[in-house]
Design a protein. Sequence first.
Length: 116
Amino acid sequence: MKEEIKRILKMVEEGRLKAEEAERLLEAILDIQKKTPSGKFLKIKIEDERGDKVNMSIPMGLIKMATKFIPKDKKEHLKEKDIDIEEILSTIKESAEGEIINIKDKDGSCIKIWIE
């Protein structure tokens, strides 16, 4: 949870989130933490040929807001690979645990999404 809180605060600092939006996200995280202390997380890892990285861990209870945490250029990278993030999120809500996507290209790109 600390990682998600730091990420939210960083987004506020960078001006990508307003304080009110951050407050709602933080409240949701705390609420989830109270309800599910041993809850599951959606894990997303993206690396491309330039070495750019996304390495996220999102509480399952925040799945509806998950796309706000994915940078636009990374969403485009997923689309280029014919990966529909909205469809994935819908499937994730129904999934129990384990690997959802694991793609490695010849050019060094890697997209991995899983639940643990």
